[in-house]
Design a protein around this ligand. Structure first.
Ligand code: DLL
Length: 440
């Protein structure tokens, strides 16, 4: 797909090309008003500020942000479900959620204005990735509590594109629809896109005969190598976009067609990079954990949220004319969260299921692989002597029960393998519960 000058468009020039000084002033004003709102409306923040001796009137410059305490996923869990909302539920018009460490999800809410902002932010990165009102957008993210599908759906509609809300899975149908409905833009996780590319070849469909032009991929880490593969095998230009449900969903940052790093939406979020050990800002240009403060959200504002994602700011300007800072591809996290086909999963969530089963020992190993571009997860779990000497049938039932429970709770299909007592390696320090063989 050849990129021509007219493909480089900007959805919201006012904010996307705002001069730096003006942007910092806007950020400060929006930060101050957000701080006042959360101090007034969210007990958690009021207490946090008190406990840390912070007077929000002392936040008179952007670097003062560092005086504020961080917010973590644990804080969100402790305030489950609605404790962090800054507006009455009456004003919330949408609820989404993401998985959490204990099986309790994190609940996020949106007011009508939040939904308006969200679709504008998504329209920005979709436009940056080439999409216009002439496009036919196939949204192959799972529709539901996950923010991916609805986020991209509303952004694409805002642009005026034709949206096909097919959701994820049903892969042969995805290909058929791509052919018959003349899809020009594919939206999903990069691993699912590669899976579809394989299937297209397997089905004997000539990729070049499809109408595809753009691929907008996100929700999990992917490499430049995966991008090359996708662009070579499908006739698309593939761009990366980043977000997380706690902060909004997709739309936090996204690449343009120059593929020069993801442009941050700085009118809505303040981005910091910290050293996860010292919690101090990292030196200019170095990588660190991304910390985000929302400054334009009504229902669910977050102050200095620790994303756990590791990235860095890229130097220089992008030829597209956008002025926001650019983030390098996010390639890792500094916690043990796994992303399996776009679904977030912590080993502790699997452990919780295992520990509810009779005859199972607290020793297990999670092995993640990528086969034909799909994430495959195997859970090896020790059973006790009595269970092992029981009938094979009983073991099979246990295996199926574990698998079913994980599928029902987390929408992840796992292969469960029951193994002999003491056959899983023991550790003196931190146990290694996960072997991730995925090469991305
Ligand atoms: O994955 C939101 C999203 C949907 C983003 C669709 C882009 C497209 P969560 O399910 O809360 O939200 O997962 C958030 O996914 O902290 C990262 O670890 C990871 N992640 C998201 N986008 C990217 C990306 C959505 N482009 C978590 N590259 C985040 C690498 C990503 N990791």
């Amino acid at each position: 797909m050849e990129i021509r000058p007219e493909h480089h468009r900007i959805w919201n020039p006012k904010y996307e090309t705002m001069p730096e000084e003006e942007m910092r002033q806007l950020q400060l004003e929006r930060l101050q008003s957000t701080l006042h709102r959360v101090a007034r409306n969210v007990t958690f923040y009021r207490r946090q500020f008190e406990r840390h001796g912070v007077n929000i009137d002392d936040i008179t410059d952007l670097p003062d942000l560092r005086k504020l305490p961080f917010t973590t996923k644990q804080d969100l869990r402790e305030n489950y479900p609605y404790g962090m909302f800054a507006v009455p539920l009456r004003d919330v018009v949408r609820i989404h959620s993401s998985s959490g460490t204990t099986g309790k999800p994190t609940v996020v809410g949106y007011t009508r204005n939040d939904l308006e902002t969200w679709s504008d932010l998504v329209a920005r990165f979709m436009t940056a990735g080439g999409v216009t009102d002439d496009d036919v957008v196939q949204v192959a993210f799972g529709y539901g509590l996950f923010t991916g599908a609805f986020g991209l759906h509303y952004g694409a509609e805002k642009i005026g594109a034709s949206v096909i809300p097919i959701s994820s899975g049903n892969s042969k149908k995805q290909v058929m629809i791509m052919q018959d409905y003349k899809t020009t833009c594919l939206v999903c996780t990069p691993s699912y896109a590669l899976y579809l590319a394989d299937l297209i070849a397997e089905m004997g469909v000539e990729a070049k005969s499809l109408s595809l032009r753009w691929g907008l991929f996100g929700a999990e880490a992917w490499s430049e190598n995966m991008r090359d593969q996708l662009e070579n095998r499908l006739p698309i230009v593939a761009t990366d976009n980043y977000g997380l449900s706690e902060v909004m969903g997709p739309g936090v940052a996204g690449e343009c067609l120059y593929k020069n790093g993801m442009h941050c939406q700085e009118d809505c979020f303040i981005f910091e990079l910290i050293d996860p050990e010292t919690l101090e800002p990292v030196p200019e240009g170095e990588s660190g954990e991304l910390v985000i403060t929302t400054i334009h959200k009504e229902a669910f504002p977050l102050i200095r949220y620790r994303t756990r994602d590791i990235t860095r700011f890229l130097p220089g300007k992008c030829p597209c004319g956008r002025t926001g800072r650019r983030l390098q591809k996010v390639m890792g996290r500094n916690d043990d969260m796994l992303i399996i086909r776009g679904v977030n999963l912590f080993p502790s969530q699997i452990e919780e299921v295992l520990m509810r089963m009779e005859g199972v020992e607290p020793h297990y190993l999670i092995i993640v692989d990528r086969v034909n571009n799909l994430d495959i997860i195997e859970i090896r779990v020790e059973v006790n002597e009595r269970m092992m000497s029981d009938q094979v049938e009983k073991l099979q039932i246990l295996q199926e029960r574990i698998s079913k429970e994980i599928r029902d709770l987390y929408q992840v299909s796992a292969k469960v393998k029951l193994v002999e007592p003491r056959s899983i390696e023991r550790f003196e320090g931190k146990a290694r519960r996960v072997i991730d063989n995925r090469k991305i």
